[in-house]
Design a protein around this ligand. Structure first.
Ligand SMILES: N[C@@H](CCC(=O)N[C@@H](CS)C(=O)NCC(=O)O)C(=O)O
Length: 207
């Protein structure tokens, strides 16, 4: 059975739990991370030297980095419906997975830490404004992409990339600041809400 180390509230753990549910995979999750078992422990650092969750253990094979874990699960379990084999179709999924892990994640980090986590060290108004603007820019890009596909982020059908992007949209709804009207992002969120795995592992769990 797959083992996943990481608390359910973490967006990066939620990705893996949602993906497992979409693929019908059983997974045993253990609570690691802030508020639970400390990732700074030597035993944990041996699994992930970054001391971060999630860590996946698949029959002795250890893997960290959440979007890599999603790709590995889809590849190893031959879930081509979520992660296509065709090079161009796969590249579209990869593009949005990588965009989520790079541009989108770095855009929201400051304002989310300030306004939702309320960390004292994230209280510089200029940095908050910069982060809000970067996040709005990214979400506007997403809105444009949804106009292009008419459905999901990498095309008309739900794919692996919709998991991290969907959780990112959920995070957008959790953070209160002046946002532009992005009707296609709102419709996308409603479409994703119809998936029980998003409700269970995202909406009801992620903080
Ligand atoms: N790039 C990593 C980032 C992982 C990450 O930021 N994990 C956070 C939780 S979302 C973490 O482990 N924080 C420390 C902790 O909770 O102890 C990934 O995508 O897996």
């Amino acid at each position: 059975m797959l083992r996943l180390l990481g608390k359910a509230e973490s967006i990066n753990v939620a990705k893996v739990m949602w993906a497992c549910a979409e693929m019908g995979l059983e997974v045993e999750r253990e609570n690691w991370g802030a508020g639970f078992k400390p990732t700074a422990d030597d035993a944990f650092r041996k699994l992930n030297p970054n001391a971060m969750v999630p860590v996946l253990i698949d029959d002795g094979f250890v893997l960290w980095e959440s979007n890599t874990i999603l790709r590995y699960l889809a590849n190893s379990r031959k879930c081509a419906d979520l992660y296509p084999v065709d090079a161009q179709a796969r590249a579209m999924v990869d593009q949005w997975l990588d965009w989520q892990a790079s541009d989108l994640n770095s855009a929201w980090r400051y304002v989310f830490s300030a306004k939702v986590r309320k960390f004292a060290e994230f209280s510089d108004p200029a940095e908050i404004a910069k982060s809000e603007a970067a996040w709005i820019r990214c979400m506007t890009v997403l809105n444009g992409q949804l106009a292009h596909t008419g459905g999901y982020v990498a095309g008309p059908d739900f794919k692996l990339a919709d998991i991290p992007i969907g959780l990112s949209v959920l995070r957008w709804t959790h953070c209160d600041f002046e946002k532009p009207d992005l009707p296609l992002v709102a419709a996308y969120f409603e479409r994703l809400r119809l998936r029980p795995a998003f409700v269970t592992h995202g909406i009801e769990t992620m903080r």
